[in-house]
Design a protein around this ligand. Sequence first.
Ligand code: NAI
Length: 381
Amino acid sequence: MFKRMQSMQVQAVHSFQAIGPGNHDYRAFIAIHNTNLGPALGGCRCLHYAHEQLALDDAMRLAQGMSYKAALAKVPQGGGKSVILLPNKLAPAEVDREFLFSWFGQCVEQLNGQYITAMDVGTQVSDMDIIAKQTVHVASASNIGDPAPATAQGVMTGIKAALDFYFSTNSLAEYSSKRFVIQGLGHVGWRVAQQLRQLGADVIAADPDKEKCQQAHALGIKIVDAEDVLSQTCDVLVPCALGGVIDDDIINQLDCKIIAGSANNQLAHEGIAEELAARKILYTPDYIINAGGLIFASDQYHRLQACDKNAVETSYSDKVESIYQTLMEVFKLAKVQGKNINQVANELALRRLALGLDKSDTLSSSNKVSMATKGNVYDAA
Ligand code: NAI
């Protein structure tokens, strides 16, 4: 475990166990990747894992991703993530959630605010409300609200940055001449679909949920089968469903100029970023474009901690808009340095983690990238 921690630069991993109702054995890991920018914030996954090493790896990998996300969004939080291993013989519906999340809330409380938990795969707002009875260090209980509108705002901002960079124009007037393909019409994807339609864009979408598809159809959105969605011809592919969707098979079928969506960990592996660059597909790193939810959660958490609704100005919307600038700088650095976009983003995140938010204020300061740079390796032929 220590080798793995060292290679991922994880600061600490806390492990907890308890015997719950029915003599079931509950285990949890809380991984804290880096707290240089502030206390670690990240969701709690509650799943069955085939082996506890897989759960540990998941926690560490996701905690690292949260550090990078916070650093590039200039959010004063570190990266952390927790996983609860559901007992293998117990179906999720049979879990005593009152017991489980009360216990997990106590685990979080033991860390004295070094880790702030939130919702993730397998957890819901009602679980967070149970945790909130045990600790104040929770950022997605019902008193905070849904982060999806902020995430969707960030995706729209990111799409605009990608269009402006790719086509070297101000894209606002051009949505009506562009085609967008959205995978997943959930909390984020649906909002993005609505906003794109309001801008007059041609939108195609897929979701296994028939009701969502009917609602989208009523907005003038063309619906395609979920299996065919990624290979549609379009300007912008917007993955808002699952992780790992851009893999070695699908990359040969892509017919888009830009990939810009909210789904976490869209690339199946790091090598895909290089492949996308070679194919002149502009990829917006998922952890930059989907940071709106984190920005919102951190902002609301600090507002609540201040115990006064007016004490901390809620400025998350402006911060979400700054995703535009961050992406532009990353795109330009990638061009100037001849590196793929993911690599540049990772290097910048590491730099911010090392120097702090103030000293690394301008991402590109040491590289003297002109903000006036026009044209790029992704220019349409
Ligand atoms: P959601 O669960 O509300 O929506 C996902 C949608 O994708 C569902 O409607 C589902 O039916 C659909 N879907 C599942 N498999 C599909 C497939 N093969 N093809 C097409 N659609 C499929 O999730 P939400 O909140 O909208 O998040 C979307 C993505 O963005 C997730 O990967 C999530 O981790 C990520 N994300 C979400 C944030 C938020 O604030 N909600 C914040 C940061 C990341």
